[in-house]
Design a protein around this ligand. Sequence first.
Ligand SMILES: *Cc1c(COP(=O)(O)O)cnc(C)c1O
Length: 436
Amino acid sequence: MSSRNVGRNYATQQLWVNPGAPAANSPAASSPITINHIHQARARLDRFAPLLLTLFPELASRQGLIESDLAPLPALRGMEGAGPSHGRCWVKADHSLPIAGSVKARGGIHEVLEFAEGLAIRHGILSEGGDYTVLSGTAARALFSQYEICVGSTGNLGLSIGLISSALGFRATVHMSAEAKQWKKDRLRRNGVQVVEHQGDYARAVDAGRAKAGADPHCYFVDDEQSVSLFAGYGVAAFRLEAQLRELGVAVDAAHPLFVYIPCGVGGAPAGITYGLKHLYGAAAHCFFVEPVASPCFLVRMQNPDAPGITVYDVGQDNKTEADGLAVPAASELAIREMRPLLSGIITTSDDSMFADLHWLREQAGMRVEPSAAAALSGPRMLLQSAAGQGYLRSRGLLDRMADSNHIVWTTGGLFVPDDEFDRFMERGRRAREAS
Ligand SMILES: *Cc1c(COP(=O)(O)O)cnc(C)c1O
C-alpha cells in the first residue's frame, strides 16, 4: 500500500481538513448507528445509577452517574497574549472520570452494563423497570461469575472493562500490547483481573482476545474496533456536555460556533462523542480529532478511502509514541464510516508538544493529565495559528465569529497515573518547554 499517499507528508505536525464535511450534516448512509442507540445508552446509564452508587461510593456527588466537569481554561500555551478575540477555552475533564480515570469509563462501562443487564433479564434475576441494585446480590453474582469478559487494549480500555467487570463479579481478561504501561497492568492484577501480555502492537492484542473469545460461549469480547455499544456509550457524553453548556449559559449556534478537540486512538471514543455533538448542534459544532505524528491511523484512513485496513506503517510512521492511549496502527472501520460526513478535520502533534502541554496544564490549571490527553491542547493552537486552520475558518465564514466562539479540549485520561510516573512526565514536559 506504500504506493498510495504519494506526496503526503506525515513526518511533521499538521492540520488536515476533511473534504467530506461539513457539507452534509447528516449521519453516514447505511450506518449501523442511529441516534436511538445513544438515547438507549443514556437511559441505561440512568437505570444503572443506583447500582453503581452502591458499588462505587465515589459516584455520590453525581448520584451514580459517571461524568466529568467542564472547566474554563484561562489561556493556551503559546497564545497567552491572544486575548478574547479567539473566544473562550474549556477543558472537558475526562482525565478525572471516576472508576477508570479516562474517557473509557464512558464506552467501556456502558458495554459491560449492557451485557450484564441482558444476562440478568434472560435469567429472571432482573425485571425490566425493576430495582437494579439486585445486581449486587448473591444470585446475580453467582450468574456473572460463570462468564468471562475479554478485551484487547493499549491500557485504558482494559482498565475500564476490567474494573467494572470485576466489581460486578465477572471474570475478566485483558489482552495488553507491549507498549501498555506497567502500572495499568499492576492495577488490573490487584483487582483480580487476568492480564495477558502480547508482544507487538495494539492490533495484535485485539486479534488475540477476539480469537480466544470466539471459541468460548461463556466469554464475551468487547471489540474496540467494531462495537456499537461502546460507540453509544461514548455518544452519551454529547448530551451531558450540552446540559453543562446550557447551565453555564454558553450558546452554540451559527453565531456562536463550538470547536471540540478530542484525542484519537482507534477512533471509537472521539467518533461517538462527535456523532452526538453533530446530532445536537449540526453545522455549529466543529469537531477535530488529534493524533500523534507517529500514530496518525485515522488521518491515514480518511485520506485513503479505498484502502480499508491501511496502517500507519504503510505510510512510514512507526507507531512509537508516549501517548499510549493513542498508539494504534489502524483505525476502527466503524468510526471511519461514521466520521466521513461529520468530522471537520484531524490534527497531528508531536510527543514534545504533548509533554509541554501536560506540564503547562499542571502549572496553569492544576490538572493532572496523561500524554494522550494533553494531545488535545494542540488542537486550538493548530486551528488558530496554522494556514490550514485559517483556511478552514475563512472558507466557512467563521473568521469574524471567533470572538464569540468556544473551544473545548477533551482531556481524555490521567487520574490514576502514579506519582513517580507523573513526575517523569513533568520533567520531560519542562525540558520540552525550555526547548520550544
Ligand atoms: C482510548 C483513549 C483515547 C482515544 O479513544 P479511541 O476510542 O481509541 O479513539 C484518547 N485518550 C485516551 C487517554 C485514551 O485512553
